[in-house]
Design a protein around this ligand. Structure first.
Ligand SMILES: Cc1cc2nc3c(=O)[nH]c(=O)nc-3n(C[C@H](O)[C@H](O)[C@H](O)COP(=O)(O)OP(=O)(O)OC[C@H]3O[C@@H](n4cnc5c(N)ncnc54)[C@H](O)[C@@H]3O)c2cc1C
Length: 355
C-alpha cells in the first residue's frame, strides 16, 4: 500500500481528507490523517474560547470515522523530505509516498524581548485554553493589553469586553488605525464601537518589551495583569525548519499544483503555503478542494487544470451582536448585525461541513 499522509487536520487538511473520501481513492492508497489533537479545533473562534464566551467542547469537530481513513494522533516534530519520513515526539516515525503539509501557523513575536515568554496567545487550542484561564482569573477591575489591531486582535478585544465588563482593556496597534488592511470606514466603525464600550485604543504603539506584569510601549513601562499577543503570524516551527524556498512571510513557495517544486510528492495547504492572499480559513478550504482535485487527476493519470482560487469576503465579530464585513459582491463594507449573523452562519456551516 502507498501512504498518502495529511499532516494537520485543520481547515486545509480536513478539506482535502473529506474531498478525497467523497470521491475516488485508488485501492492501493491509504489516506492517513495526522494531528496532535483527536478533533479539529475551529480556530476562527479561538477568540471566543479565550474570552470565555464559548466552551472548549463547542469548538471541536470530530474527524471522519471511515474505514478508508486512518487517523493517527501525535505531536509531529520534524520532516525528512529526502527520505520521506515524518518524525514524532513519541512513537514510530511515519513513512509517506505522498504528503500534505497542513500544519497552520504560530505567533510571530518580532524578537520582542519577553513577548514569547510572558504573553498569552490564541494560535493553538492548547495556548487558547491557557489564555482563557489567565484572562478569566484576573481580579475585578484588572488591566489587559491586547497587542495587534488586526482581525483576531479586534475580535478578542470585543469579545473580552462583553465577557468581562469590569476589566480595563487596551488594544495597542502600531498603525494609525485598527484594521489597517480594511477600508477606513470599517476602522472608524470598530473604533466607535470600542469607544462606546470603553475600550482604550492606543495607536502608533511600539511594544519594546513584555515582563510578567508589565508591557513597554516606546520603552515606557505600563503595569498590566495580562498581555495578549495578536501581532503577527508565521508558519509553524516544523515548516520554519525546512530548507526549501519560502516567501518573505516564511510560507513555502509552490508550483502550479501546490507542490514543493523539488519534491512534487509534497503538497502544502493553508497558512504554510505561499498564496497570493493573506492566510485564512477560507483560503485553506478553497485551496484544499483544489489540491484534492489535482491529486485525484494525477492518480488517474490525467492532467490537472487548477483554477485560480476564488475567495469571498472577510467577516469579523464585535462581540455577539455586531460585526463587520468586507469584499462581498455589490458592497464594499458591511457593518452591524447583518455581518454578525453572516459570521454565525459561516460557523454553523463549517461545523456541519466538517462535523
Ligand atoms: C482568532 C482568529 C480568528 C480568525 N478568524 C478568521 C475568519 O474569520 N475567517 C478566516 O477565513 N480565517 C480566520 N482566521 C485564520 C484561520 O483560522 C487560519 O488561517 C486557518 O485556520 C488556517 O488553516 P490551516 O489548515 O492552514 O491550519 P489550521 O486550521 O490551524 O490547522 C492546523 C492543524 O495542524 C495541527 N498541528 C499543528 N502542528 C502540529 C504538530 N506539530 N503535530 C501534529 N499536529 C499539528 C493542529 O492541531 C491543527 O489541527 C482566524 C484566526 C484566528 C487565530
Amino acid at each position: 500500500m502507498k501512504n498518502f499522509v495529511i499532516l494537520g487536520g485543520g481547515y486545509g487538511g480536513l478539506t482535502i481528507a473529506k474531498e478525497l473520501l467523497n470521491k475516488y481513492i485508488p485501492d492501493d492508497v491509504q489516506v492517513i490523517l495526522v494531528d496532535r489533537m483527536p478533533f479539529q479545533g475551529l480556530k476562527t473562534e479561538y477568540y471566543a474560547l479565550a474570552a470565555g464566551t464559548v466552551s472548549d467542547f463547542d469548538l471541536r469537530v470530530h474527524f471522519p470515522d471511515e474505514q478508508r481513513l486512518i487517523r493517527k494522533y501525535g505531536e509531529a516534530t520534524s520532516l525528512d523530505l529526502e527520505n520521506k519520513i515524518v518524525h514524532f515526539q513519541d512513537g514510530e516515525p511515519l513513512l509517506y509516498d505522498q504528503l500534505v503539509i497542513a500544519l497552520g501557523c504560530t505567533d510571530r513575536f518580532h524578537n520582542t524581548p519577553g513577548a514569547e515568554e510572558y504573553s498569552c496567545t490564541i494560535q493553538s487550542f492548547n495556548h487558547t485554553r491557557q489564555t482563557y484561564l489567565r484572562l478569566n482569573e484576573i481580579k475585578p477591575y484588572g488591566d489587559v493589553h491586547i497587542v495587534g489591531g488586526g482581525l483576531s486582535g479586534v475580535e478578542i478585544t470585543a469579545e473580552l469586553r462583553e465577557s468581562r465588563p469590569d476589566l480595563n482593556i487596551t488594544i495597542m496597534d502600531r498603525g494609525e488605525r485598527v484594521l489597517s488592511a480594511f477600508p477606513q470606514r470599517l476602522s472608524a466603525y470598530v473604533h466607535a464601537w470600542f469607544k462606546e464600550h470603553q475600550v482604550h485604543v492606543l495607536n502608533h504603539a511600539a511594544v519594546s518589551r513584555v515582563e510578567p506584569n508589565a508591557i513597554y510601549n516606546h520603552d515606557e513601562q505600563i503595569v498590566t495583569d495580562a498581555v495578549v499577543w495578536t501581532a503577527g503570524i508565521q508558519p509553524v516551527k516544523m515548516v520554519q525548519d525546512l530548507a526549501v524556498p519560502k516567501d518573505p512571510q516564511g510560507r513555502i513557495v509552490l508550483n502550479e499544483y501546490y507542490q514543493i517544486p523539488d519534491h512534487p510528492e509534497v503538497y502544502v495547504v493553508g497558512d504554510c503555503a505561499s498564496l497570493p492572499y493573506s492566510p485564512s480559513a477560507q483560503a485553506a478550504e478553497v485551496q484544499g478542494e483544489q489540491i484534492a482535485h489535482i491529486v485525484r487527476d494525477l492518480w488517474k493519470g490525467q492532467t490537472p487544470h487548477p483554477h485560480p482560487l476564488k475567495l469571498r469576503g472577510t467577516l469579523g465579530a464585535l462581540g455577539k451582536k455586531a460585526g463587520f464585513g468586507y469584499g462581498f459582491m455589490g458592497s464594499t463594507s458591511l457593518r452591524g448585525r447583518v455581518p454578525r449573523l453572516l459570521k454565525s452562519g459561516v460557523l454553523w456551516k463549517s461545523k456541519r461541513h466538517f462535523g
